[in-house]
Design a protein around this ligand. Structure first.
Ligand SMILES: [Zn+2]
Length: 144
């Protein structure tokens, strides 16, 4: 009987050690050089127009003609200046955090037709601010 108990005890210890070793590692930062541009919620940046009923609709792409909610991201959140980033979600899934020099910490919440691979688009309050950001190649801290 005593042997059985100690065997169970050993198995328990082994299991908890195993559990520890397979624990998910803490998320780590990576530094990646990305091409950054700016955008806002305007028609020019987000590819929408008004239809005959003055409703905002997609101007082109697979959803052309369908109603569009202005200022809503592809992940369904409200786009926020200083937070919302559009990225290629095959590379950087929704929820990926990024620290962009000159912009601050943001979160991938949106997508864009021209935003592929090592390109990201930063959301700004006004079109003017987006234009002023221009196009910058920066080393970005990425936390997945
Ligand atoms: Zn714009």
């Amino acid at each position: 009987m005593r042997i059985v108990v100690s065997v169970i005890g050993l198995a328990f210890v082994a299991l908890s050690l195993y559990g520890c070793a397979t624990r998910k590692p803490f998320s780590k930062s990576e530094f990646i050089t990305l091409e950054t541009t700016g955008y806002c919620k305007c028609q020019k940046c987000c590819g929408w127009k008004r239809n005959l009923l003055m409703q905002p609709v997609y101007a082109y792409g697979p959803q052309k003609g369908q109603k569009k909610k202005i200022g809503e991201t592809a992940s369904g959140t409200k786009a926020k200046p200083g937070r919302t980033i559009a990225a290629d979600t095959n590379v950087f899934p929704f929820g990926t955090k990024m620290k962009i020099p000159g912009y601050g910490w943001g979160v991938v919440e949106d997508r864009g037709g021209a935003i592929k691979g090592g390109k990201i688009d930063l959301f700004f309050r006004t079109h003017q601010q987006a234009l002023e950001w221009g196009r910058k190649t920066l080393t970005v801290e990425v936390v997945r």
